[in-house]
Design a protein around this ligand. Structure first.
Ligand code: GUN
Length: 282
């Protein structure tokens, strides 16, 4: 039976560290602040954004949630970002994705000042991650790294397989594992012999967005299985990309959904907001 990696517990420990850091920063006259923009009324996004605001409040970070209607034009959104780029009390800016179809996501990401890009989505910040000289860590992949290292698992020399090649998770995840000296394979929807490749993984990170996609026959006994998936089943229940019931019988470690990677993403966002505030006050 696998050991459960408790994302809620690890996240709470890091947030306590962050709260202490915020206190110390304020004593030096540095006040971190985060602006979160949400366009439209995607129910999942609304929950994520609310949780980001709550998390800021809990650790003493100032936050503003800017809710804009679905029909907001790209021009209006870009003007709002421009305003936030200039405001001193805003250290970090996050535009919740996905955006409505009439808004160009790349243009919006490019409009955020790289100094305030706490998602690390901009070309500059992605480039910095690629060369191993990051300013902001990509939130979800960084959260995964914390879950692994804080569970006492060594990464160096291990075979790591990442399923999924998105710009938000798969690609930056592979980079962070590579920088930690794992041997990394990236798999995706067109990969042949997927199960065979997965069975070589000492560390398997799954971010493909398909409920219960990874089954027990794809997992090497004793492997570390990290489930980034968040899928809503027909019965309304939240489920990951890993068939938890069967895989937890053979894996060495496993993250549950919910309560695994999810809480870590916001925690890493808080960390990036402190980094931004510190840099802007340096
Ligand atoms: N939507 C889903 N995940 C994310 C994320 O990490 N950042 C932003 N901005 N939007 C998201």
């Amino acid at each position: 039976m696998a050991q459960i990696i408790d994302g809620k517990k690890i996240s709470a420990a890091i947030r306590a560290e962050i709260a202490e850091e915020v206190k110390a920063m304020k004593a030096q006259g540095i006040y971190p602040g985060l602006a979160v923009i949400i366009v439209g009324e995607n129910p999942a996004s609304q929950v994520y954004v609310r949780n980001k605001g709550k998390a800021c409040e809990e650790v003493g970070i100032y936050s503003e949630i800017i809710a804009m209607p679905e029909e907001t034009t790209e021009e209006t959104l870009l003007a709002k970002i421009d305003e936030l780029n200039r405001r001193k009390e805003i250290s970090g800016i996050l535009v919740q994705l996905p955006l409505p179809k009439h808004i160009n996501e790349a243009s919006v990401i490019a409009a955020i000042s790289p100094d305030k890009d706490v998602d690390a989505f901009s070309e500059v910040n992605v480039g910095k991650i690629m060369i191993g000289n990051h300013r902001f860590l990509p939130c979800t992949p960084a959260g995964v790294m914390e879950l692994i290292t804080r569970s006492g698992i060594e990464i160096q020399g291990k075979n790591a397989v990442v399923i999924g090649r998105s710009n938000i998770v798969g690609k930056p995840q592979a980079m962070l594992l590579l920088h930690a000296n794992a041997t990394v394979t990236i798999c995706h929807s067109r990969t042949k012999n997927l199960a065979e490749i997965c069975r070589t993984a000492d560390i398997l990170v799954v971010a493909i967005g398909k409920a219960d996609f990874v089954t027990v026959d794809m997992v090497k006994p004793g492997a570390v299985v990290i489930d980034v998936g968040m899928n809503r089943k027909a019965n309304g229940k939240l489920t990951g990309d890993v068939d938890y019931a069967s895989v937890s019988e053979v894996a060495g470690y496993i993250t549950p959904v919910p309560g695994g990677v999810g809480p870590m993403t916001i925690t890493m966002l808080l960390k990036n907001t402190l980094t931004a505030a510190r840099e802007q006050n340096a």
